[in-house]
Design a protein around this ligand. Structure first.
Ligand code: ADP
Ligand code: MG
Length: 329
């Protein structure tokens, strides 16, 4: 089966006064139609920059410095801004952590949710509002006919996120990128939004990239997972393999920080020991070495590549040498 999306060795750089941050460092990743793939990692590990690179919505100081991002066979980096605008409006939808900043406060919700349909499907105003009402019903917003006449501030956080999801799905995209879609929400609402995303994936076959700092969320949602650390993918595989036998010490540490594997998404995580690296001054060798309980001499000297270990990929000298992470399972 042809991949829906294929990131090949993507490098995204952010130019700062003091140097260049390699926010996305040689990332390769594929998504097949209908799949749900998780990208997980601590804050600052490059998850959002990966998503924004796909969407070509990088901050001003950011640029894609290398690699290819192929969507349905076309390299998105080579599209004109108009063509990319059309891809964003119809084929790839993105929803963000805070739905208040992505909804315009001065427009009624139904008008906004219907906007992609007016722009890209040439619907008139009335048809777009009727479509918004149907979309609100699909995403579980009660009293849809009245709700479309309301403004974003009249919605709760969870309802705003549902409205954002409705807008994203309006044109029937084949890929949805959800960047920490529940982080800003109350715990009970988080579970409801994840349930909605799961149902939409099942009912409409929309492939989903789910970005989260929470491996518990990945366990309940994703077919495959990529674990990011300091801009790099350090482990990648099916969710089952990665959870059953993590082959990178960072993943191993994250998994140990989950109270129980079947934990609810809202149970707090224990942070792992040590702090994330300074992206402007990365350590020699493996970037995780300063926090790694398994490090050997080689780890401080040479950086490992992402290589097959058992049934997944891992960027770790220890597991690549066939040693197991004791107590990992
Ligand atoms: P994540 O989403 O995993 O928390 P990001 O992708 O947002 O991480 O950030 C990756 C790296 O890029 C971070 O180290 C951060 O310092 C840097 N970065 C992110 N956004 C900006 C920005 N607007 N300007 C400068 N640096 C940024
Ligand atoms: Mg982020």
């Amino acid at each position: 089966m042809a991949h829906l999306l294929e990131l090949e060795d993507v490098q995204t750089h952010i130019a700062l006064k003091d140097g260049v941050i390699r926010a996305v460092d040689h990332v390769s990743l594929t998504i097949d139609p209908g799949e749900t793939v998780g990208i997980v990692g601590e804050s600052g590990s490059g998850k959002s920059m990966t998503a924004l690179s796909i969407m070509r919505l990088l901050p001003r100081a950011g640029r894609i410095a290398g690699g290819a991002i192929k969507f349905k066979g076309r390299d998105l980096a080579e599209l004109s801004e108009d063509e990319m605008e059309s891809v964003r409006g119809t084929e790839i939808a993105m929803i963000f952590q805070d739905p208040m900043t992505s909804l315009n406060p001065v427009y009624r919700s139904g008008w906004q949710v219907g906007e992609p349909l007016r722009i890209h499907r040439h619907m008139d105003r009335g048809a777009s509002i009727e479509a918004a009402i149907d979309l609100f019903k699909k995403v579980g917003i009660p009293d849809a006919r009245r709700r479309v006449t309301q403004f974003p501030h009249q919605f709760s956080g969870g309802m705003r996120q549902r409205a954002m999801i409705a807008m994203g799905l309006s044109t029937g995209p084949s890929l949805l990128i959800a960047d920490e879609p529940t982080t800003a929400l109350d715990v009970t609402i988080q579970a409801q939004i994840l349930e909605l995303l799961r149902n939409l994936n099942r009912d409409y076959g929309t492939a989903t990239i789910l970005i989260t700092h929470n491996l518990g969320v990945v366990a309940g949602m994703c077919d495959r997972v990529a674990v990011m650390y300091a801009g790099r993918v350090v482990e990648q595989g099916t969710t089952d393999d990665v959870f059953e036998h993590p082959e990178h010490p960072y993943t191993w540490s994250l998994l140990r920080s989950i109270p129980r594997l079947d934990a609810e998404a809202h149970e707090p995580l224990k942070p792992i020991a040590g702090s994330p690296p300074d992206m402007l001054h990365l350590p020699e060798g493996c970037t995780f070495r300063p926090r790694c309980p398994f490090a050997i001499d080689r780890c401080g000297v040479e950086e490992p590549e992402l290589e097959p270990v058992r049934s997944q990929l891992s960027r770790c000298w220890v597991t690549q040498a066939g040693r197991s992470l004791d107590g990992a399972s």
